[in-house]
Each structure stands twice: as C-alpha cells, then as structure tokens.
Design a protein. Structure first.
Length: 83
C-alpha cells in the first residue's frame, strides 16, 4: 500500500459502476463497422456487433460510447460509466 495518503485514498475510492448488471466497457471501430465491449453481471466480457443478440435483446445500434438494445418495441441504451 502507498505511504502517500492521497494515492491511498484514490486507489480505494468507491466506484459508481454496478457490477451486478450488464455494463458497457467501450466502443471501437469505424463508424460503419462499430463494435462494443460489454461486461455481464457474471463477470464475462464479450465483444458484440449490431445485429447480434445480447441477453435476449437485439443489438440495433452502436455509437460512440453507447449501445442500443431492442426487445419487441422497447429500446434500452447502455452508456459508458461516468468517471
């Protein structure tokens, strides 16, 4: 552990990221061929593309910092965690 109190405090900050649900880690690729990296509540990390299924929902769009999922007529957006 660091002897510097500021470093020790920063290293142990409480995170606002909820690890008990699906979260977006990042998006990458060209605008016309974008991918996303997501983490499941189980800890499993996957790379996804538009058109694929994720937790029973269709990935209908991937933008810079967000993924749009659709189930029936309902759409859900996953956004990058802040911080």
């Amino acid at each position: 552990m660091s002897e510097n109190p500021k470093v020790a405090a920063a290293a142990t900050e409480k995170s606002d990221v909820r690890l008990d649900r699906l979260i977006l880690i990042g998006t990458f690729g060209a605008d016309s061929d974008r991918y996303a990296l997501v983490r499941h509540a189980s800890g499993r990390i996957m790379t996804i593309r538009a058109g694929e299924k994720l937790d029973g929902r269709r990935v209908v769009g991937i933008g810079k910092g967000e993924v749009v999922l659709q189930s029936g007529s309902r759409q859900t957006r996953l956004s990058m965690p802040s911080g």
